[in-house]
Design a protein around this ligand. Structure first.
Ligand code: PGA
Length: 250
């Protein structure tokens, strides 16, 4: 069975103080909640504080991005070794905002995924089509190409921590969520591709999250689809009460 995973992507929001204030308000709202794994992706300046504050709790924290090398002359970057050194165990890779605004490529996503595996970090690899690609009927092709490129050179055994997030670019921050049917169809494509790139067992055990305008109003219908193993939530994860409502989906 795939344990559902609800992740909050805080993007470029919240100072360390604001992040800790979120946790103070959020913890009481999820006390005893064991059905779902809960994960937060704060900004890099808040990460150490959030990792510390969530240590020994049911909450986990991860980085929104990382370089693939351990160290080097790469101004502005953070390495997997550095993440591991502060007790960070998860990392988001290939988010569409990184692809769109900061030149993230499929090749680098592959290098970062390999680095995450090597450093025992749990990778959440994001894929998703643009609106024009969907309208042109290229969704399947785009999703398969992104996922297979990410997995190039990785053996089935190395994927035991892998999480995939389907995030259609047209649904991110736009308020227009994919319908549960559209999302489930995309997830099925991705699961097929996991089987093709790795094997049937990997396809069966790998959690695939949906992301893109997830809100308390639409989470239950999305989670009702057996293909959908969780959510990657942006805007609606910034407010403790709203994110808690999502975590408590019906
Ligand atoms: P959104 O963002 O929920 O604000 O659409 C999702 C994401 O970018 O991960």
């Amino acid at each position: 069975m795939r344990k559902p995973l609800i992740a909050g992507n805080w993007k470029m929001y919240k100072t360390p103080q604001e992040s800790l204030a979120f946790l103070d308000a959020f913890f009481p709202l999820i006390t005893g909640h064991e059905r779902d794994e809960i994960l937060l992706f704060p900004t890099i300046t808040s990460l150490a504080a959030v990792v510390q504050a969530t240590a020994g709790t049911s909450l986990n924290a991860g980085a929104q991005n990382m370089h693939w090398l351990d160290e080097g002359p790469y101004t502005g970057e953070t390495s997997p070794t550095m993440l591991a050194s502060i007790g960070c165990c998860h990392v988001l890779i290939g988010h569409s905002e990184q692809r769109l605004y900061f030149g993230e490529t499929d090749e680098r996503v592959n290098l970062k995924l390999k680095a995450a595996i090597q450093h025992n970090l749990t990778p959440v690899v994001c894929v998703g089509e643009h609106l024009a690609e969907r309208e042109a009927g290229h969704t399947e092709q785009v999703l398969r190409a992104q996922l297979s490129a990410a997995l190039r050179g990785i053996s089935p055994q190395q994927t035991h921590k892998l999480v995939v997030a389907y995030e259609p670019v047209w649904a991110i921050g736009t308020g227009s969520t994919a319908t549960p049917e559209i999302a489930a169809e995309a997830h099925a494509i991705l699961r097929h591709e996991l089987a093709a790139c790795c094997d049937a067992e990997v396809a069966e055990r790998t959690r695939i999250l949906y992301g893109g305008s997830v809100k308390p109003e639409n989470i239950s219908a999305l989670m009702a689809k057996p293909e959908i193993d969780g959510a990657l939530v942006g805007g609606a994860s910034l407010v403790p009460r709203t994110f808690a409502e999502i975590v408590h989906y019906a």
